[in-house]
Design a protein around this ligand. Structure first.
Ligand code: X2W
Length: 287
């Protein structure tokens, strides 16, 4: 039974929905690639809320593609197996034993958890990795890192086919090499950027655990051009973990993505806030 009494909260909810109409119209048919990092996954509630936002996007005519990470979950299994986790410039040093664990955790545990969460919210989802249908083919990025891949060939038709069928693709960042016996571990942001670029996506949303890109005064930049980002990297304003994220954003824009947003995935309904409200969220990088 619906509650009939007037209540300010419900009035505000109806108004929010009404105000979302122009954004829903603008993004109807758009491709939005969402990188869901291991740190943003949090607990079961955070996962369910993320899944619900993705299903809502699909429901109103947006084509979301989820590309996930899972670094903390990989660390956890490696430590249970007595294998130490080592990172160089934010990327996992990946020997043969490690790449097997990475593939098991990402394509098995994490990928299926996200697929299940989307289905639990009433959406249709199919999980795949970069190996499926040769979606993402890599070469070795740097011998010092071992089996860490840099995407060199993308075959995104499988994603278009799934989207056309109303299915939300959920992609684990694991790939094959030019030699098909090879398995590569790909940084989740890198994979999301390469997929968004190959799809010429309207938006790439990089969900992280910081609120965006900060300027020299420590304020969040709500909008930046690629040139501004380059000069902020050059003068050291953008530093640490934000460097690979912004570099991924620059590369994606070069490849034809219309806009990249770096935003805090811990904010409730971060994805909806960005896509369907005037407010937006995080930092938008756009030419
Ligand atoms: C990452 C892949 C997972 C990932 C790793 O092994 O941790 C490399 O570092 P988050 O949760 O997005 O950090 N790969 C090469 O990117 O996870």
């Amino acid at each position: 039974m619906k509650k009939r009494a007037m209540n300010q909260d419900w009035i505000a909810t109806a108004r929010t929905l009404s105000e979302a109409l122009p954004y829903m119209q603008r993004y109807s048919g758009a491709i939005v690639v969402v990188k869901f990092g291991g740190n943003a996954m949090g607990d079961a509630d955070a996962m369910a809320e993320f899944a619900r936002d993705i299903v809502l996007m699909r429901q109103v005519g947006v084509n979301p593609v989820v590309v996930h990470g899972g670094g903390p979950m990989i660390n956890d299994l490696l430590s249970r197996l007595g294998i130490e986790s080592k990172f160089v410039r934010g990327k996992r040093v990946t020997d043969q034993a490690t790449v097997e664990v990475v593939e098991m955790v990402l394509t098995g545990l994490v990928n299926k958890r996200i697929v299940q969460a989307i289905m639990d919210e009433g959406g249709r989802a199919v999980g795949l990795s970069g190996k499926d249908d040769d979606l993402m083919v890599c070469e070795m990025e740097d011998p010092e890192l071992g089996w860490v891949g840099r995407p060199v060939e993308m075959n995104v038709q499988v994603l278009r086919d799934l989207m056309a069928a109303g299915i939300i693709p959920v992609v684990a960042p694991v790939a094959t090499g030019m030699d098909p016996v090879e398995t590569f571990n790909v940084n989740g942001d890198t994979a999301a950027g390469a997929i968004a670029g190959a799809l010429k996506a309207d938006r790439l949303l990089l969900l992280t655990d910081v609120s965006g890109v900060k300027n020299a005064e420590g304020e969040i930049m709500t909008a930046m051009t690629p040139e501004e980002v380059r000069s902020m990297i050059a003068d050291g304003t953008i530093a640490g973990g934000m460097i690979p994220k912004t570099e991924t954003a620059l590369k994606a824009i070069e490849d034809g993505v219309r806009g990249v947003v770096i935003l805090d995935g811990r904010v409730p309904n971060a994805v909806l806030l960005e896509i369907f409200t005037e407010h937006g969220a995080g930092s938008l990088i756009r030419a």
